[in-house]
Design a binder for this molecule. Sequence first.
Ligand code: SAM
Length: 319
Amino acid sequence: MSPLPENEWVHIPVLAREVVTHLSAVHNLKRMIDGTLGNGGHTRMMLENNPELEVLGIDRDTAALERAGKNLEEFGSRFTAVHGEFAQLESLSRAHGWDQVDAILLDIGVSSPQIDDPARGFSFRNCGPLDMRMDRSLKLTASRVVNFYSEEDLAKIFYEYGELRESRKLARAIVAARELKPLATTDDLCAVCDKVLHKKHPGDLPSPTRVFQALRIEVNGELEQLKAGLQGAQNILRPGGRLAVISFHSLEDRIVKNFLRDAARECICPPSLPMCVCGNHAKFDLPVRGVISAADDELAANRRSASAKLRIADRTQWR
Ligand SMILES: C[S@@+](CC[C@H](N)C(=O)[O-])C[C@H]1O[C@@H](n2cnc3c(N)ncnc32)[C@H](O)[C@@H]1O
């Protein structure tokens, strides 16, 4: 695909050109799962570029499904939307009557409509309730985590999922604050963060980005979802089928990288053995070395694309 004029980037999903080019290259492409349907932007481009393609679109967020359903109405029976988690993509695919698929896309993380809606509580830029659930039918909210988790568990979440230097200090400050009054809003949490977090420059407000990231990962079980989704993709892709995964932070990309590195191994014998006895076979080939990042024109038009990393893997014949 050629470069896009500047004004056409507005509704273009991240790394769209690269996703469409790599997934459309699959031989005999007929069935694709979009495990993170969102607005349906990637799915739309795939359907437009591949007239014989059918897509099963999955999202945890019913608001996203409704929006995507409207956006993709014109494709009729070529598109089906399903409420669910991509951790369940294998069973959702089988329930749809597909025992094998040709392509799978995971564009993980939150969507712009989720971030931009203060009522969802994903952003520290606008005050809203401490919610952060992608699936609003689930019970665990950011408010429950912040107001009921032990100091130790909070510190662990901030350390592991936010890679935050001040994880213990912040957990302590949250527990002290909630003893006076429960933290109800994103602003309440930001006020505690402002007191504790390191400031880049004197006079600046510290950025609670990593705190919000950590809570979002905990509330939505995002890392477990990703691990299960990758395994599901391995199980349901047909030989020669292709997986494309876009991640936005290092924790996620590390999981994708390690999973694919292990799955692409022919031999899993201990290095001390003089010859291979494991009988293992690689489950994936990696046609692209490393990650694909946004090109300069996309970077200039969409800041969010700067942290996006796309990895591509092709399913081998081995079960
Ligand atoms: C970055 S957006 C996807 C945007 C989409 N590719 C597009 O072109 O519009 C991520 C979407 O995935 C959904 N999502 C995130 N984790 C999920 C999971 N584990 N299972 C199902 N959907 C998930 C979110 O609700 C959100 O709508």
